[in-house]
Ligand binder design. Structure first.
Ligand SMILES: *Cc1c(COP(=O)(O)O)cnc(C)c1O
Length: 389
């Protein structure tokens, strides 16, 4: 029976135990027992068929991975203790000395640091392109460029990268195309349909969506995931069964949550655009967004991140943060709770002013991860903070 996204996210389930539990049981066990020496021998010979040890696989982790594989339209997957574990393990498994990575400049800060501080230790270099130069990216490709890596929408600049175009470029040059799909989730955007070979996620964000656990996952073509699995079962960045159980439950409500996040975000973006103390607003589905057409082609809705420039520069942005009452000031995003941050004085404070401007981070820029509170209450809080009350 062919089923829809919502149904798969709910119904894909590890076989029930003999108790017949309706909601999945939690398998907090580090290892699994065998019937006899022959069962043990056979299980070691074909370790993927049976759970042996929870660094390799576990029923709760398998359930989460199986869901993500189907939701992203992938062949295979492996789950990690965090998004960064997924990203690091993917790069460490696939790259060799002398390889080059071509990456969008606007990637998650820790990913950027991995590229600039650690991959060079193994003679792997990274070339960056700005999202505004994406259609010119071919001139940066060399015979050593092995991976094309990006996030879209970007954070906190909320720029859109053209998955169809970049997927075709990667294919033409035989590169492995990897997309961090954390901000869109497979409910809004499925990069594999545009040629991505691997999709990585920080499950900590919208996949959990409730600010509870860290997690990560890589899904994609089996030949690559097999390499990632071989490295990871050895090095041990595996997801814990408990976190997998939480994440698997979270996926059951992903569609309804993301749908509502996006509707709230659109209303917030429209409110901000009309506010006299806001200089500009970036949201993928606003008509004023420079890439609104590409966004509407590759995304179902605009996502939950809204970036806006408060008039008054650094003081304007920070003053705004000091006046919100409902919204939280915290480092997470994609939570049920609305979160506001000021990138210029926090996540991106180590960059120079001109480096910040190159990735769209103006002095008064505020990033809002719109939550699931009643949208009128979110807007009232933002309005009061803008007006200085
Ligand atoms: C948060 C985040 C990560 C890192 O995920 P962790 O679970 O915190 O390790 C990677 N990529 C993006 C886009 C993120 O937002």
């Amino acid at each position: 029976m062919s089923t829809h996204f919502e149904t798969d996210a709910i119904r894909i389930q590890t076989p029930r135990s003999h108790y017949g539990e309706h909601s999945s049981a939690l398998y907090l066990t580090s290892s699994f027992v065998f019937d006899d020496s022959e069962d043990m021998r056979a299980s070691f010979a074909d370790e993927k068929e049976k759970n042996l040890y929870s660094r390799y696989s576990n029923p709760n982790v398998n359930e989460f991975v199986d869901k993500m594989v189907v939701l992203e339209g992938a062949e295979s997957g492996y789950a990690f203790a965090s998004g960064m574990a997924a990203i690091y393990s993917t790069f460490a498994s696939l790259l060799e000395s002398g390889d080059e990575v071509l990456s969008c400049q606007s990637v998650f800060g820790a990913t950027h640091a991995l590229f600039t501080k650690y991959l060079p230790k193994w003679q792997i270099s990274t070339t960056y392109f700005f999202s505004q130069d994406q259609y010119d990216v071919e001139r940066l490709i060399t015979p050593a460029t092995k991976i094309l890596y990006l996030e879209t929408p970007t954070n906190p600049g909320i720029e859109i990268l053209d998955l169809e175009f970049l997927g075709a470029v990667a294919k033409k040059h035989g590169m492995i195309f990897i997309v961090d799909n954390c901000f869109a989730t497979p409910y809004l955007q499925r990069p594999i349909e545009y040629g991505a070979n691997i999709v990585v996620h920080s499950a900590t964000k919208l996949l959990d969506g409730q600010g509870r656990v860290l997690g990560g996952v890589a899904v994609g073509e089996k030949k690559y995931i097999d390499q990632i699995y071989a490295f990871s079962r050895l090095t041990g960045p595996s997801l814990s069964p408990f976190n997998a159980w939480v994440l698997s439950k979270s996926l059951e409500t992903l569609a309804v949550r993301v749908e509502k996040h996006c509707h709230n975000a659109m209303k917030v973006a429209q409110f901000l655009e009309a506010h006299p103390l806001v200089a500009s607003v970036k949201y993928p589905f606003l008509d004023s967004h420079p890439s609104v057409e590409i966004a509407k082609k590759q995304m179902k809705l605009g996502g939950n991140l809204v970036a806006f420039e408060v008039k008054g520069g650094i003081e304007g942005g920070r003053g705004f943060l000091d006046r919100v009452e409902l919204c939280s000031l915290t480092a997470n995003l994609g939570d049920t709770r609305t979160i506001v941050t000021h990138p210029a004085s926090t996540t991106h404070s180590k960059l120079s002013q001109s480096e910040r401007l190159e990735v769209g981070i103006t002095p008064g820029l505020v990033r809002c991860s719109v939550g699931l509170e009643h949208v009128d209450d979110i807007i009232n809080d933002l309005n009061a903070a803008l007006n200085g009350n």
